[in-house]
Design a protein around this ligand. Structure first.
Ligand SMILES: Cc1cc2nc3c(=O)[nH]c(=O)nc-3n(C[C@H](O)[C@H](O)[C@H](O)COP(=O)(O)OP(=O)(O)OC[C@H]3O[C@@H](n4cnc5c(N)ncnc54)[C@H](O)[C@@H]3O)c2cc1C
Length: 325
C-alpha cells in the first residue's frame, strides 16, 4: 500500500510534539513489522514509522509463494496487512510518517519526522531498499507515463499492450510472468545471456507464449514525448543499436538500501549497506538494523522478517541490561 508524502503533515516545528519511546522502529516492511511484533510482545510499546510504503517492497508484488504458512501463496499487500494487525494486537503503534533526520550521537536517540520528534532508548532501522533506475535519457520524465518499477501497481494500465521488462533476477522474471495476465506481449531485456533468477521462475517465463527475450542487450534510451513509445537497445556484443516499439517499460535491476539518513553516523559498506553483526547490532550501541538495509545476501520476506525478530529480541536485551546498570 503506497502512501504519498503529501498525505503527511508538515515537519515538526515545536518540541512540544516530542515523544519518548523505548523502541522506535523505522520502516514497515517485513523486517520492521516483525520487529514491532516482537517488541510489542516484550511489552515495550514500540512505535513504527511506516515511511510511504506500508508493507514495504513485499506489498508491491501480486503473490508471495515462498513465505511459510501460506501453501497457496499470499498477496503482498495482504501479508503486510496481516503483519500489521498481528503487531497491533500486542500494542505496537503505527504512524504514517517518515524519519527525516536522526541524531545517533547520544542516547536517547533523536529522530525527527514530518510531524513530530521522538526520543528513543533504542532504535531498529528497517528502512529497506528502493528500486534502482536505469539512468538513461527520458526515464525520469516518463516515469508514470509508461516507465514503472512495480508491475502489481501499474500492470493493469497496459491491458492488451506491448511492454518490456528489464532485468534478469527473480523480481524481473516473476513480474514479467505476472504482467502476461494483462498485456499482449512482454519482451525481457537482459544484459547477460543467462538469468540470475531461480530455476522455477526461468522455466515459467520460458514456457509462457507471451514472453520473448532480448539477451546480451541494454536499454540506452527511452523514447516518447507524452508517453513511452519505444526503447533504444544496444547489443553488448556487437554494439548494434535497435529500436523496440513498446507501450511500457518495467525496470527490475536491483535495489539501493535506504540508508542516506544514517551516513556518517553508522558504519556502512561502500554500497550503503549498514554493517551489523550476527546479532543485528550496528556500530552504535542501542541501534539495531534488520532486513535489506543490512542484508546483501538473502533479500527475502522470510529472512527480513527473521532479522526483524532478532533485532527486537536484541533491543529488548539491550534495554534490560541498561535498566540493570
Ligand atoms: C517486485 C518484488 C517482488 C518480490 N517478491 C518476493 C517474493 O515473492 N518472495 C520474497 O521472499 N521476497 C520477494 N521480494 C523481496 C522482499 O519484498 C524484500 O526482501 C523485503 O520486502 C525486504 O524487507 P525489509 O523490511 O527489509 O524492507 P522493505 O520491504 O524495503 O521495507 C522498507 C520499509 O521502510 C520504510 N521506510 C523507508 N524509508 C523510511 C524512512 N525514512 N522513515 C520511515 N520508514 C521508511 C518503507 O516505507 C517500508 O515500509 C520482492 C521484491 C520486489 C520489489
Amino acid at each position: 500500500m503506497e502512501l504519498k508524502l503529501t498525505d503527511m503533515p508538515a515537519v515538526a516545528e515545536s518540541s512540544e510534539e516530542m515523544e519518548h519511546v523505548k523502541v522506535l522502529v523505522l520502516g514497515a516492511g517485513p523486517a520492521g513489522m516483525s520487529a514491532a511484533l516482537y517488541a510489542a510482545r516484550a511489552e515495550l510499546n514500540p512505535v513504527v514509522l511506516t515511511g510511504n510504503e506500508l508493507g514495504g517492497q513485499a506489498s508491491l508484488t501480486f503473490s508471495i509463494e515462498n513465505y511459510p504458512g501460506f501453501p497457496e501463496g499470499v498477496g503482498g499487500g495482504e501479508l503486510g496487512d496481516l503483519f500489521k494487525k498481528q503487531a497491533e494486537r500486542f500494542g505496537a503503534r503505527f504512524e504514517f510518517d517518515l524519519a527525516s533526520e536522526v541524531d545517533l550521537s547520544s542516547r536517547p536517540f533523536h529522530v525527527k519526522t514530518y510531524s513530530r520528534e521522538y526520543l528513543a532508548d533504542s532504535l531498529i532501522i528497517a528502512t529497506g531498499a528502493s528500486p534502482n533506475h536505469l539512468n538513461v535519457p527520458r526515464e525520469e520524465e516518463l516515469t508514470g507515463r509508461g516507465v514503472s518499477y512495480c508491475a502489481t501497481c501499474d500492470g493493469w494500465f497496459f491491458k492488451d499492450k506491448k511492454v518490456v521488462v528489464v532485468g534478469g533476477g527473480d523480481s524481473a522474471l516473476e513480474e514479467a510472468v505476472f504482467l502476461t495476465r494483462y498485456v499482449k506481449s512482454v519482451t525481457i531485456i537482459h544484459r547477460r545471456d543467462a538469468f540470475r533468477a531461480g530455476a522455477i521462475l526461468q522455466h515459467r517465463a520460458r514456457e509462457n507464449a507471451k514472453i520473448d527475450f532480448l539477451l546480451e542487450s541494454v536499454v540506452t534510451e527511452i523514447v516518447g514525448e507524452e508517453k513511452v513509445s519505444g526503447v533504444k537497445v544496444k547489443n553488448v556484443k556487437t554494439g548494434e543499436i535497435s529500436n523496440v516499439e513498446t507501450d511500457g517499460i518495467f525496470i527490475f535491476i536491483g535495489h539501493t538500501p535506504n540508508t542516506e539518513l544514517f551516513k556518517g553516523q553508522l558504519e556502512m559498506d561502500p554500497k550503503g549497506i549498514i554493517v551489523s553483526d550476527a546479532l543485528m547490532h550496528t556500530s552504535v550501541p542501542g541501534v539495531f538494523a534488520a532486513g535489506e538495509v543490512m542484508d546483501k545476501t538473502y533479500r527475502q520476506v522470510v529472512t527480513s522478517a527473521g532479522m526483524g525478530a532478532a533485532a527486537a529480541i536484541e533491543a529488548t536485551r539491550f534495554l534490560e541490561r541498561e535498566e540493570v546498570r
